[in-house]
Design a protein around this ligand. Structure first.
Ligand SMILES: *[C@@H]1O[C@H](CO)[C@@H](O)[C@H](O)[C@H]1NC(C)=O
Ligand SMILES: *[C@@H]1O[C@H](CO)[C@@H](O)[C@H](O)[C@H]1NC(C)=O
Ligand SMILES: *[C@@H]1O[C@H](CO)[C@@H](O)[C@H](O)[C@H]1NC(C)=O
Ligand SMILES: *[C@@H]1O[C@H](CO)[C@@H](O)[C@H](O)[C@H]1NC(C)=O
Ligand SMILES: *[C@@H]1O[C@H](CO)[C@@H](O)[C@H](O)[C@H]1NC(C)=O
Ligand SMILES: *[C@@H]1O[C@H](CO)[C@@H](O)[C@H](O)[C@H]1NC(C)=O
Ligand SMILES: *[C@@H]1O[C@H](CO)[C@@H](O)[C@H](O)[C@H]1NC(C)=O
Ligand SMILES: *[C@@H]1O[C@H](CO)[C@@H](O)[C@H](O)[C@H]1NC(C)=O
Ligand SMILES: *[C@@H]1O[C@H](CO)[C@@H](O)[C@H](O)[C@H]1NC(C)=O
Ligand SMILES: *[C@@H]1O[C@H](CO)[C@@H](O)[C@H](O)[C@H]1NC(C)=O
Ligand SMILES: *[C@@H]1O[C@H](CO)[C@@H](O)[C@H](O)[C@H]1NC(C)=O
Ligand SMILES: *[C@@H]1O[C@H](CO)[C@@H](O)[C@H](O)[C@H]1NC(C)=O
Length: 721
């Protein structure tokens, strides 16, 4: 059916094309075909929106319309190029009438729908770019009729499904095939090896599984191979090391295992980018890379490599990115010209001061967190003025933060968490106005929070938790940090009230102030923090009522911890209405009255109410005394007495018992959230930034292709709060 239809479909215009050259009649007829086809195409492309493609109008010849190029010897459309527009339509069947088309580029024009089978009518087509749209469905088999095609780019549509057609192998002229960032499944067909002219094969960010076909080693012209962020397994086939023209080699983020060959330098003499991070590859460091003088980016992080890293790497003077994080290397080596070092989690020892001086002002990204590096942060850190990310958390650093850090004006991430740093948080921090993440948690910082942080208006994450900070939280400070998403000041010795300008934090998702000496009431301004999902104020000296707005405004609350304060009020029944709330800790306050039964209160394991003497009602599992209705005013006194008696007899005995049990249980679980989940959230942002900062890790060609696994696993778009 399809087949027959297709021949009919292509036939009429093919006929015209065929007889075209000699006669002017046929010529004008066929060019009329093109005009009609273009107008029909426009209707679909623009989804009928009248103001789109304004130059495609009657007063201009269609060869002069935007994006159209006609052939030199005939007025037939030879190229159609539209890019970076919001056309928002579909690719109509009239495309098949543009039979002289050799170049079709509709990139990032918001195309929807499928790739029409009429594309198979375009026998002269050589270049087909439909990338960065929302195309969906399978790759049409009719495409196999485009036997002159040289470049196919369907990358970054997200929705193209099915398998890579085995008949792709019959397109003998194909030099570049981009199918990255789609929804393709199955194995990589070994018939791809028939593309003897193929120079670029990019299939990253799909769902390919199985092993990498051995036959791909026959693609002797290949310079660019990216299969990253799929589910490929097995060993890297040895045949791939026959690809002696390879410049970009990216297999990151799969499930590959085995080792790397010892003579990588001989196999890939032109290697510039080598990414195999985020697999299960083991063995010793591929020392032979130190002879690959063209190497720019190298990443083997998140594997099982071990020592030693050769000192001869210093010869690689083009190296910009060096990623060896999350392996088992024990010693860091220095390459002065590097612009990025990712060496987290490796058991590295040594003192930072001795390392710093050797780096250049180009160093932008410096990750050595989770190692065993010690010493002070030297004044000389100011030399590294190119630093964008400085992540040196979870080492053994001590001493104070030097004021010279204020000179690092480009810093976006400063991660010093989990060290033994002490002294005040320097006022100069306010000079780092580009900071988006500031992590000083789990150190020994003391003194008060400097009000100058209000100049860091780009902050999204501020973590000062688990230090020895004291004094009031500065007012007129946090309110300036309008982009703040995560604010952790817990486990310090802060005093005073919550400043009212917290109400400006419209993006705030996590607020943790627990384990301080804060007091006052919960300011009603917090009702403006509509995005709050976690609000933790436990173990302070707050008093007053549990405000009604918690249930009315903060509709996304998941965790609410008000435990161990002096709140004295009824429990507002509006809390029932918080549909996402799954952890409510009101224990050890002075709450009284009826416990609601709906919402979070319906699940005994989601709430903690112990240590409140005068609660009643609730679901039976709470074993609270029933509430006694007050029928009329005159009985008030006796009822009050009764309430007291019931509370004393019923409540007290039970509370004592449950107190003992629940107290210990809650103490334990309360500590869980902050540390590990924060690390993850932080990492997400961090790697996203990395990716951006390194321009997608790849040069011209593909769309955020290569890199080590983490970039893809937790990439920035997933950063929800
Ligand atoms: C395609 O060309 C054929 C033959 O000229 C014509 O009958 C048909 O209407 C055209 N379709 C469009 C959409 O232009
Ligand atoms: C047709 O498009 C051209 C180029 O955009 C424009 O100058 C011209 O005014 C348009 N004519 C009409 C009738 O819209
Ligand atoms: C489209 O956008 C990309 C990236 O933003 C840019 O590199 C390219 O030059 C743009 N193309 C046109 C024709 O403007
Ligand atoms: C390709 O076109 C030819 C005729 O031009 C036809 O015989 C063949 O069946 C077509 N193939 C497909 C897959 O449509
Ligand atoms: C690939 O090439 C082999 C032999 O060179 C041939 O037998 C096979 O049919 C080809 N496959 C495709 C899909 O063209
Ligand atoms: C890889 O496979 C696992 C298990 O089959 C699946 O859960 C996961 O989503 C797959 N990943 C990709 C990128 O397709
Ligand atoms: C790779 O090259 C070796 C020797 O040059 C050859 O024996 C082998 O067959 C080649 N493998 C492939 C898959 O081409
Ligand atoms: C690097 O090249 C030198 C000679 O240029 C050679 O002696 C050495 O063995 C090579 N190193 C590796 C690891 O291949
Ligand atoms: C910090 O900023 C202040 C005010 O803008 C400026 O006077 C001072 O020189 C800066 N300090 C550093 C170390 O850049
Ligand atoms: C903070 O910003 C204010 C203006 O918004 C400026 O006057 C002050 O110098 C800045 N402080 C620092 C330390 O940069
Ligand atoms: C800031 O807080 C201090 C004490 O905490 C208070 O005396 C002062 O009035 C507050 N300033 C403003 C503007 O709220
Ligand atoms: C939520 O509030 C509305 C109106 O205030 C009420 O009708 C509804 O029953 C409440 N839902 C729950 C689960 O309490």
């Amino acid at each position: 059916m399809n087949f027959f239809f297709m021949i009919l479909l292509c036939f009429a215009s093919q006929m015209l094309a065929y007889f075209m050259l000699p006669t002017t009649v046929a010529l004008s007829l066929s060019s009329k075909t093109d005009k009609l086809a273009l107008l029909a195409l426009k209707e679909k492309l623009t989804n009928g929106v009248p103001d789109s493609l304004p130059s495609w109008n009657k007063s201009l010849h269609f060869c002069e319309w935007q994006g159209i190029t006609c052939g030199r010897h005939h007025t037939r459309v030879s190229a159609l190029r539209l890019e970076n527009q919001t056309l928002g339509g579909t690719l109509g069947p009239s495309l098949g009438n543009l039979t002289f088309l050799t170049i079709l580029k509709l990139r990032k024009v918001n195309l929807y729908g499928g790739i029409p089978k009429q594309v198979g009518c375009l026998k002269r087509l050589q270049v087909l770019y439909l990338d960065q749209n929302h195309l969906q469905g399978e790759i049409p088999i009719e495409l196999s009729n485009c036997s002159n095609i040289k470049v196919i780019n369907f990358a970054l549509n997200g929705l193209i499904t099915g398998r890579v057609p085995t008949w792709f192998g019959s397109m003998m002229q194909l030099t570049k095939l981009y199918l990255g960032a789609n929804d393709l499944v199955g194995t990589i067909p070994s018939s791809l090896a028939n593309f003897s002219s193929l120079q670029l094969l990019a299939l990253p960010e799909n769902h390919f599984e199985g092993s990498i076909p051995y036959s791909l080693g026959r693609l002797s012209s290949l310079t660019y191979l990216s299969l990253s962020s799929n589910n490929l397994s097995g060993e890297i086939p040895h045949s791939l090391y026959n690809l002696s023209n390879i410049q970009i080699f990216d297999l990151a983020g799969n499930k590959l295992f085995g080792g790397l060959p010892t003579n990588l330098n001989l196999a890939f003499p032109n290697l510039e980018v080598f990414y195999v991070g985020g697999n299960q590859i083991s063995g010793i460091f591929p020392s032979s890379i130190s002879n690959l003088t063209g190497l720019r980016n190298f990443d083997i992080s998140e594997n099982n490599f071990n020592a030693p890293i050769p000192l001869t790497l210093g010869r690689l003077n083009k190296l910009e990115w060096f990623g060896i994080g999350e392996n088992n290397f024990g010693r860091i080596i220095l390459m002065p010209q590097l612009s990025a070092i990712y060496a987290s989690s490796n058991n590295f020892g040594g003192a930072l001061p001795n390392l710093i001086g050797n780096f250049s002002t180009h160093l932008g990204l410096f990750y050595i967190d989770n190692n065993k590096i010690y010493g002070v942060i030297p004044e000389r850190i100011e030399q590294l003025i190119g630093l964008i990310d400085l992540t040196i958390g979870y080492n053994f650093f001590e001493g104070t933060i030097p004021d010279s850090i204020g000179k690092l004006k480009n810093l976006g991430i400063l991660g010093l968490d989990g060290n033994k740093l002490s002294g005040n948080i320097p006022i100069i921090i306010g000079n780092l106005t580009l900071l988006s993440e500031l992590g000083l948690s789990n150190n020994k910082f003391e003194g008060s929070i400097p009000f100058t942080i209000r100049n860091c208006t780009q902050l999204q994450l501020l973590n000062f938790s688990s230090n020895r900070l004291s004094g009031h939280m500065p007012n007129q400070t946090f309110g300036y940090l309008k982009g703040l998403i995560f604010l952790y000041l817990n486990n310090n010795s802060l005093t005073g009230p919550i400043p009212s300008d917290f109400g400006n934090l419209k993006q705030l998702s996590h607020l943790n102030l627990s384990l301080n000496k804060l007091s006052g009431e919960i300011p009603k301004d917090l009702a403006s923090c509509l995005e709050l999902t976690k609000l933790e104020l436990g173990r302070n000296f707050f008093h007053g009522a549990i405000p009604l707005f918690l249930g009315l405004s903060l509709r996304f609350l998941e965790i609410l911890d008000l435990s161990e304060n002096n709140f004295s009020s009824i429990i507002p029944s509006k809390l029932e209405n918080l549909t996402f709330l799954n952890n409510l800790d009101l224990s050890f306050n002075k709450l009284y009255g009826e416990v609601p039964k709906g919402g979070v209160f319906s699940n005994v394991s989601s709430i903690s109410l112990t240590g409140n003497k005068n609660l009643c009602g609730g679901i039976p599992q709470l074993q609270l005394p029933p509430c006694i209705k007050l029928p009329a005013k005159k009985h008030k006194k006796s009822l009050k007495k009764k309430l007291v008696i019931i509370s004393v007899i019923g409540g007290f005995v039970i509370s004592v018992i449950t107190f003992i049990i629940v107290h210990f249980l809650t103490r334990k679980s309360k500590r869980l959230p902050s540390s590990p989940s924060l690390r993850n959230e932080k990492l997400r942002v961090t790697y996203g930034e990395l990716h951006e900062a390194t321009n997608g890790f790849s040069s011209s060609n593909l769309v955020g292709t290569g890199s080590f696994g983490s970039v893809y696993k937790g990439s920035l778009p997933n950063f929800h709060y």
